[in-house]
Structure formats: C-alpha cells, structure tokens
Design a protein around this ligand. Structure first.
Ligand code: BT5
Length: 326
C-alpha cells in the first residue's frame, strides 16, 4: 500500500487531498496519514497543507524499485527487485532464493557488512555510497559456455558509465578501473550440474560516491571511487538503471546467439590488460608474460617469458604497474 501511495504521489506534481487518496485506496484518512509518515521516515519530503492535501517535493537517494523504475527500460532485468538497507552480502542472499526466483531478479543493498570478493576476500561496501547488487541468471546453456559471463557484467558497467560521460577500463576478467585504480569488481558464482546450469549469481560492486575517508588506508593506492575521480556526486539511481539496461541487452544477445562476442569486443577494446606485462597466478604457480589479446571465448591470451602462448580462462592476473605489481 505504501508503494502504491508513493507511486500516486510521484505521478502528480500538484497536491492530492487526503480525501481523494482515502477514496482511491479504500482506507481512512488517518490510514493514509500513517503511510505518509512512513514515507517521510524513509526520507521522502512530503508537504502537507490542510484542505489541500499532500505533495511530494523530493525523494531520498535510495535504490528501491520505485526510485529506479523511471530510468529502467528492461523487460525482465531488475523488474523483480529485493531491496535491503543492510545485509551480509547480496550474493549470499541471492544464492538462498535463486532456485525459486525468476531470471533477472535483482538484490540490492545500501550496505553490506560481509561483502565478498573472489577467493574469500573482503569487499568494502559503505552505506549509500555505492551500488552493491546481485543478479540471478538462468541461461539455458551448458556450464562450459558461460565461462566468459563475468565479461558481460564488466562490459555493461563500462557502457553504463560511458553513457554518463565517464571513461573506464576493464581489467580482465572482473575489475573496472578509472585512471588505473579499481572502482568496481564482479563476483560470479554458479550452481550447476555436469551439463546444466541451475543458476548463476552475478555480484556487481561499484564505488560510486565514496569519499577518501571511506576507502581504508591499505586500499588507497589501488582503489578509488567515481566521485573522487569526477569531483562530483553521481546519481546512483541513473547509473544502476543504466547498468541493468545495458546488461539485459548484452545478455539477450548472448543467450540468443549463443555467443558472448558483443561483450567480449567491448572488453577487448577497453582493456587495461592487453599489451601489458602481467603476472599470472594459477594455483600456487606464478608466471610472467605479456597479455596479447582476449580471444573469442573471452580467455586472456598470454605470451609467457619462456616463449609459449597460452589461453588463460581463470586464475589471477596482475598487471604490471597496477594493483601493486610494479
Ligand atoms: C572482486 O573481487 O572484485 C569482486 C567484488 C564483488 C563485489 C560485489 S558487491 C555485490 C555482491 N555481493 C558481494 O558480497 N560481492 C558482490 P576481487 O577481484 O577478489 O577483489 C577483491 C579485492 O579488492 C580485495 O582483496 C581488496 O584488495 C579490494 N577491494 C575491497 N573492497 C574494495 C572496493 N570497495 N573497491 C575497490 N577495491 C576493493
């Protein structure tokens, strides 16, 4: 009911009387007043004038469906949206509900207290400063076909930022960089049988409006935020909707064409890795080489110092000059 009243207030630039609202929603005027107060507590500024009624004058910076819907032009991506004020990790929550939820379901939190990176690393996710979200996907494909899907997430973030005049680069396979520092990362988790995917959960974390003080000292040399770089606050609602819009369009072509070539091409063209000296860690082994290309399967093509060329599909890649590998 609260959402319906909010929607009605948003549709209307003028005052709506309490009388009218109570008729439309079949409840008493004090019932309406109770919901108006709940909205005010969430940060909505609602003017109320006796005999004229209520008028919404401003909305808070929160990433609920109600707040992003006007920027969203997707068919299914983000249409079913779970919103949390604070959560352990959106990926963890997504995995709990993934088997029963529809494809494109999105979980968004204003804050994560146990945000995760790859290999059990920590992902800092301060309140209302970023986009911390997970998307549930159920592609009807064999597991070996989705190896490059993380690149699809990275390409969507790249395109969404570009739309807002922000230049970024993609560090294969899951980092988004601005001016050589990390502003975003992707963590894809999969539940599958040998030849069938049950679901994928793609977690996307973007440092949008973090200030210097929000970045722990030990990360300062390698992490930054869009706000710090651009010297302006970024509208998280528009950025989030843009990411979902771009994501859906790339995902539909991936599934229909059974090829991730569009996303791979974006990652290739805007790569922070290709042409650079890299250190590849696979298991306990570390080898030095040069990244030559990203191939059509989304693998990184590396020429190792000993001379042989190998396609890397997983593992850790540090790029010389970035993230501590000098
Ligand atoms: C990643 O891992 O980059 C994947 C990050 C995925 C985060 C999203 S947020 C929504 C969803 N729910 C989750 O719980 N996770 C996903 P990796 O490449 O392993 O990088 C992790 C490393 O990045 C850490 O060890 C730190 O060095 C650094 N780091 C931590 N927090 C950061 C941040 N906010 N910005 C930039 N770097 C960070």
């Amino acid at each position: 009911m609260k959402t319906k009243i909010l929607k009605r207030l948003k549709e209307n630039d003028n005052f709506i009387s309490g009388e009218k609202l109570s008729q439309e929603f079949h409840m008493t005027r004090s019932g309406i007043w109770k919901y108006i107060n709940m909205l005010k507590e969430e940060g909505y500024i609602i003017e109320s004038i006796p005999r004229r009624g209520y008028r919404l004058t401003s909305s808070p910076d929160i990433l609920t469906f109600e707040e992003i819907r006007k920027y969203l032009n997707t068919e299914f991506m983000g249409r079913n949206l779970y919103y949390f004020d604070s959560v352990d990790s959106t990926n963890n929550q997504a995995k709990k509900i993934a088997s029963k939820e529809m494809e494109g379901t999105c979980l968004i939190a204003e804050q994560q207290v146990e945000g995760k990176g790859r290999l059990g690393r920590r992902w800092i996710s301060p309140k209302k400063k970023g986009i911390w979200m997970s998307v549930i996907l159920k592609p009807d494909m064999e597991p070996y076909n989705v190896g490059s899907i993380t690149l699809l997430g990275a390409a969507s973030v790249y395109k969404a930022l570009k739309k807002m005049d922000i230049d970024s680069q993609i560090k294969w396979p899951n980092d988004i960089l601005i001016n050589n520092k990390k502003i975003g990362g992707i963590l894809t988790e999969i539940s599958a049988e040998l030849n069938k995917i049950n679901y994928l959960v793609m977690g996307i974390g973007i440092n949008v409006n973090l200030d210097e003080k929000d970045i722990p000292d030990e990360l300062k040399t390698k992490a930054t935020s869009i706000k710090i770089n651009e010297n302006r606050r970024i509208d998280r609602k528009i950025l989030l909707a843009n990411i979902l819009n771009e994501f859906e369009s790339l995902y539909i072509s991936f599934v229909n064409e059974n090829s991730n070539s569009k996303a791979i091409e974006i990652c290739r063209k805007n790569s922070a890795t290709i042409g650079k000296e890299v250190k590849v860690r696979q298991g306990k082994e570390e080898k030095l080489g040069k990244a030559l290309d990203i191939n059509n399967k989304g693998e990184l093509v590396v020429e190792f110092k000993e001379g042989h060329i190998q396609n890397i599909f997983a593992g850790e890649v540090s790029v010389r000059g970035l993230e501590g590998y000098i």
